[in-house]
Design a protein around this ligand. Sequence first.
Ligand code: IMP
Length: 186
Amino acid sequence: MYEDVSEVLLTEEQIQQRIRELAEQISADYKGKDLLLVCVLKGGILFLTDLMRQLDIPHAIDFMAISSYGAGTESSGVVRILMDLNTSIEGKNVLIVEDIVDTGLTASYLTRLLRARRPASLALCVLLDKRVRRIAEDLPVRYIGFEIPDRFVVGYGLDYRQVYRNLPFVGVLREEVLSRDFPYSP
Ligand code: IMP
């Protein structure tokens, strides 16, 4: 699979180092408070598990599954909830853990939805920020791992047609891979 990647944008070491820094910041900010990490599946799963192992404050986790893209690389603008939280978030400090904010439409939809459930606080922690692509404004993005250029990336939770999530780094696929047949497409 590594041979399908033409360029590594963020190495495993860079990602892990940045996660340690983010976790330190989050641990300080939420010290003495309750904290619920809401992981957005599937892309946020690697980020969540690495981030939570670096936190040194008590916290709970829950999951939501959302679909914002079709099978390709462009946003459809349509956000669907595939799986909702198990727990009530009313009166809780909620930190949404996401792999990437691109146009921001997904995060914007999600924050509006969760805000309506009246948490004590609501903020976003994203590993990757494609700021140049942003459409949605006023997102409560409190923690950002890396700002990246406008390129379609895979690895560290991010997929192309459901594949490449397991790569421990973030990279760009070779052009010819994009026209290949993948068996897992939705
Ligand atoms: P947004 O709604 O445009 O911000 O898109 C957010 C979602 O699109 C992310 O949670 C990812 O699932 C997906 N996405 C955006 N950019 C990329 C990318 O470069 N690679 C893989 N998935 C991406």
